[in-house]
Design a protein around this ligand. Structure first.
Ligand code: KG4
Ligand code: ZN
Length: 341
């Protein structure tokens, strides 16, 4: 079963062909990702209208490339999948209408995919990870800690009360005059910095549960930056290292709390989303998982960020679990929480 998928929910135009091979390493036949970061970098963030226009400019070429590189034709494709939400409406419309049009023209069934569900099943595309698992999904727009019991059976344990972790990195990077996207820029600077130079109070430790909040950390960072008269490169490195350290420590603490809240006794810890590419976070969670006797699974960095291979895989998981294809009238959903899938 080959699935062609399209992902256009934010600033990556991506098309992929994925099959349901037993062996994970043989599943991705192609995964073309055209990033718009350079286009948005000069604005310090994604401009939705520009993103949509750029998706429209390149989508057909990206699909053609994905088909050629997988060496398949449309009659080899069993399902056309597309991210229909959540995300930026202009981009979602470009990807969804393109997928529906191909579906109609080639008489291939269409499947509407939730972007968050695609992220949270990505580890199963890459490795043989069994349900149930404890999941951290941390990206630019979302933060979720959940117990993943099966396909479409997700129990949210914790969420962010304000910003997402990636958003926090992006905003602080902007304050420091670093290049967008902020996450990789902060990680690079942190390598040369002192993580103990700037002090933070870890949020929500007096409250029960495993929700997170990053707005206080962001404000504290602004105060640290404002307290320096003439900021040097080393100051920036130290701020990046201190920020990354508090974010990683905070997330790890809340995951430990989440583990206590699980009811299915998961033996796996899985991470997903753009922030899951962060090496400090990966290392800290690996150590934590070893301490708790959990297997730790982190998708390769290129599959943590937005890509169409995860969208195709999500369609394969849903089909295998007995879910039906979608009607072509399925709407785009800029807001679509995983509890409503
Ligand atoms: O999942 P993603 O590609 O797009 C969304 O669905 O949001 O995540 C993008 C986010 C951005 O905020 C970016 O700064 C962050 O992931 N990110 C990172 C790293 N690489 C990307 N954050 C921390 N460390 C990284 N290495
Ligand atoms: Zn994403």
């Amino acid at each position: 079963m080959n699935v062609l998928a399209i992902e256009t929910s934010c600033d990556e135009t991506s098309a992929a062909v994925v099959c349901d091979a037993e062996e994970p390493s043989q599943r991705i036949l192609s995964n073309i990702i055209n990033s718009q970061v350079d286009l948005h970098a000069k604005y310090g963030g994604v401009i939705p209208e520009y993103a949509a226009r750029y998706h429209l400019d390149v989508i057909d070429v990206i699909i053609e490339e994905a088909m050629q590189s997988a060496n398949v034709h449309f009659n080899d494709i069993a399902t056309i999948a597309a991210t229909v939400g959540p995300g930026l409406i202009g981009g979602l419309l470009v990807g969804t209408v393109t997928a529906k049009t191909i579906s109609l023209a080639t008489k291939t069934p269409f499947m509407a995919i939730n972007h968050l569900e695609a992220h949270l099943l990505t580890a199963r595309l890459c490795y043989d990870v069994a349900f149930p698992y404890l999941l951290l999904l941390a990206s630019g727009g979302h933060f979720i800690i959940a117990e993943i019991l099966g396909v479409a059976n997700y129990k949210i344990l914790g969420e962010t009360l304000d910003d997402a972790a990636g958003e926090c990195f992006d905003k602080v990077a902007k304050m420091l005059g670093l290049k967008y996207p902020g996450g990789p820029a902060i990680q690079n600077c942190a390598v040369n910095g002192d993580p103990r130079r700037f002090h933070y109070t870890i949020p929500l430790q007096k409250k029960c549960g495993c929700n997170v909040s990053f707005s206080g950390i962001k404000t504290a960072t602004k105060l640290h930056i404002d307290s320096i008269k003439n900021i040097t490169l080393q100051d920036k490195y130290d701020i990046a290292a201190s920020l990354q350290n508090v974010v990683v420590t905070f997330i790890t603490k809340q995951i430990e709390r989440a583990l206590e809240m699980t009811t299915s006794n998961p033996s796996n810890l899985v991470i997903a989303g753009g922030v899951a590419a962060n090496l400090a976070l990966r290392n800290r969670l690996l150590t934590f998982a070893e301490r708790m006797g959990l297997h730790f699974w982190a998708p390769p960095v290129n599959l943590c960020a937005d890509n169409a291979a995860m969208v195709a895989w999500c369609a394969i998981e849903r089909i295998k679990a007995g879910f039906k294809h979608s009607d072509l009238r399925f709407p785009t959903r800029p807001r679509w929480p995983i509890t409503e899938i």
